[in-house]
Write a protein that binds this ligand. Structure first.
Ligand code: NAD
Length: 271
């Protein structure tokens, strides 16, 4: 595989083309002038490896070889698993390859590997690539600042029954935005589970709860409970294409940026 200089748009390597998000990203590419599919890399035993990527006329074959795919592309898009994301980031360092990373449930070690890549290449990392959710993050921060810690804040997220990590990365980002708005350290006030005799709710606590079922793409509600009133900020995703379109926009944006770690607020110019 070699890069095709002069072809329009940035050339993209999609990791996990057989996955729900990989599929949505590939399906969102036709008709776009800013991105084009250059490579697709999956687990060696994933369906479709060795065959042309379904649903495109690009002639790109799905393979399991990361390094030639990095060489063939300007940027890779990664919505896979924490282990695969860490491995890809480690290999991408030598290629100084730009990246768009949407995998959630990342550990500190995984984030360190991404941080090492961000030393040599531009990397967008976001727990949620939708415009609406990024707006919600800003609104939750603003609401927390305006209402103060006397209003009890709780975040509830609902996802499909295949989702592995809990709470969702987006719920954690919303909860952190609330802590930010209050000027407190999230790790000191968070509450992710309640079970048994947990006692009265401590003032200032920020709760996060997870619901799993069916085919729900993703729902998040931040509720601020006052005395005699409450405020709810909610986002409901009904199609994965919102994340795919955001990831492609991030891929077109990130190529050519200075090395560093960015998020969707940078991509959308909302910072
Ligand atoms: P999925 O299980 O449908 O797909 C995962 C894909 O990764 C599969 O194609 C699998 O074969 C592939 N994969 C696994 N190991 C690999 C490896 N070593 N090399 C290459 N590919 C490998 O999962 P999904 O629903 O598409 O979600 C993937 C991730 O994206 C999850 O962490 C999910 O939470 C996250 N997600 C993020 C956003 C966002 O906006 N940031 C939105 C939706 C999902």
């Amino acid at each position: 595989m070699t890069r095709a200089p002069g072809a329009p748009g940035v050339s993209v390597c999609v990791l996990g083309p057989s996955g729900r998000m990989g599929r949505a990203i590939i399906d969102s590419m036709p008709g776009r002038a800013d991105v084009r599919l250059a490579a697709a890399v999956d687990r060696p035993d994933a369906p479709g490896v060795g065959a042309p990527v379904a649903g495109t006329t690009s002639g790109v074959l799905a393979t399991s070889a990361l390094e030639p795919a990095f060489e063939a592309s300007d940027v890779y898009i990664d919505f896979t698993t924490p282990m695969a994301t860490r491995h890809a980031a480690e290999l991408a360092v030598a290629h100084r390859r730009a990246a768009v990373i949407g995998t959630t449930g990342l550990s500190t070690g995984d984030l360190d590997a991404i941080g090492a890549l961000a030393q040599v290449a531009p990397v967008v990392v976001a727990a949620n690539f939708s415009l609406g959710v990024n707006l919600l993050l800003g609104l939750a921060r603003q609401a927390a600042r305006a209402l103060g810690p006397d209003w009890d804040a709780e975040v509830v997220e609902t996802h499909h029954h295949h989702k592995r990590d809990a709470p969702s990365g987006t719920a954690l980002a919303i909860a952190r935005a609330i802590a930010d708005g209050r000027g407190v350290d999230y790790d000191r006030v968070k509450r992710h589970t309640r079970d048994g005799d947990v006692g009265p709710r401590p003032p200032g606590e920020i709760g996060v709860s997870s619901v799993r079922g069916g085919d729900v793409v993703g729902e998040h509600t931040a509720t601020f409970f006052g005395i005699g009133e409450r405020v709810e900020l909610a986002h409901r995703a009904t199609s994965r294409s919102i994340f795919a379109v955001g990831a492609l926009r991030a891929a077109a944006w990130v190529v050519g940026q200075p090395p560093g770690r960015y998020d969707m607020l940078d991509v959308l110019g909302l910072r």
